[in-house]
Design a protein around this ligand. Structure first.
Ligand SMILES: Nc1ncnc2c1ncn2[C@@H]1O[C@H](COP(=O)(O)OP(=O)(O)OP(=O)(O)O)[C@@H](O)[C@H]1O
Ligand SMILES: [Mg+2]
Length: 259
């Protein structure tokens, strides 16, 4: 389980996260939504241990996050950040190897090729990373953190994936592919926390939704609890109304009121 209690984080004398308490469970996909600047990436960075909150505590699988060494953290969780600069002229295979080498133990033969097939990039291992399209590069990074997560130990409890806008450069088919893969990771016992902007995708894949607004947790619960006209309109400060398809209860695109 991941539990954060009363997180507060201030930058330049501005409170970016205000008194946030949340719980996420392994076996579930937890999605963080909210407008630009709401604090989603900051919250995710705090939950991964990459940023220290000014106040509050975070426990991952029962241990205080601040008590874990970088190596212990790498064995429990893998992080896909919103921006992933790559300074060196790596090939795709070399980049994925960085994820594999974040955790100890022998490297299973064929792992890189298997992971590349999983993200629909078969045969791309020797391509220069910098020559990839935006969507291809994003899927390589997803494969890299899958590699890390796959080799992480489960001795200290479930392994967690933290994904900050993992589908922002992807076409619809690859968005679904990546989020279905994340869901499978959860179904197999891992924990997944993802930041998404697409509310339809959120409704489709989330077990639990956290809605952030101006650094505060405006709502949390099931998609039905959180993706309401009232809460979305308040959070995004624009009139939104949602519609569901009558047959499956699936969500359709939020409609701007009056359109
Ligand atoms: N190091 C920093 N110093 C000062 N302000 C910061 C810092 N990092 C983030 N902020 C501010 O904190 C707020 C939250 O930033 P954050 O990146 O968490 O937003 P976000 O919800 O992820 O937005 P987006 O949807 O645009 O990615 C923003 O107003 C941002 O400008
Ligand atoms: Mg962000």
């Amino acid at each position: 389980m991941l539990h954060a209690q009363s997180l507060t984080l201030t930058r330049d004398r501005r409170e970016i996260l205000s008194d946030i308490t949340l719980t996420a469970h392994p076996g579930e996909v937890t999605v963080i939504i909210g407008p630009n600047g709401a604090g989603k990436s900051t919250l995710l960075a705090a939950l991964t241990g990459d940023l220290s909150p000014d106040h509050g505590s975070i426990h991952l699988n029962g241990d205080a996050l601040h008590s874990l060494s970088p190596r212990a953290l790498a064995a429990r969780r893998a992080v896909l950040t919103q921006h992933t600069p790559v300074a060196f002229p790596f090939t795709v295979a070399e980049l994925i190897r960085l994820g594999i080498e974040a955790t100890p133990g022998p490297i299973p033969p064929g792992l890189t090729d298997r992971l590349l097939s999983e993200v629909d990039l078969p045969g791309m291992a020797h391509r220069p990373y910098h020559a990839l399209s935006g969507g291809e590069a994003q899927r390589v990074h997803f494969a890299r953190i899958l590699a890390q997560a796959r080799r992480a130990t489960t001795a200290q409890g479930p392994v967690w994936l933290f994904l900050d806008e993992p589908v922002s450069s992807l076409d619809i088919a690859h968005q679904l592919m990546v989020m279905h893969r994340a869901r499978r990771f959860a179904t197999e016992g891992g924990g997944v926390i993802a930041v998404l902007h697409d509310l339809n995708l959120t409704a489709m894949v989330a077990d639990r939704v956290l809605l952030l607004s101006q650094g505060c947790l405006l709502a949390s619960g099931t998609p039905d609890d959180v993706l309401t006209d009232d809460l979305l309109t308040r959070a995004y400060r624009c009139p939104i109304r949602t519609r569901r398809s009558p047959d499956q209860g699936a969500w359709l695109l939020p409609q701007m009121a009056g359109t």
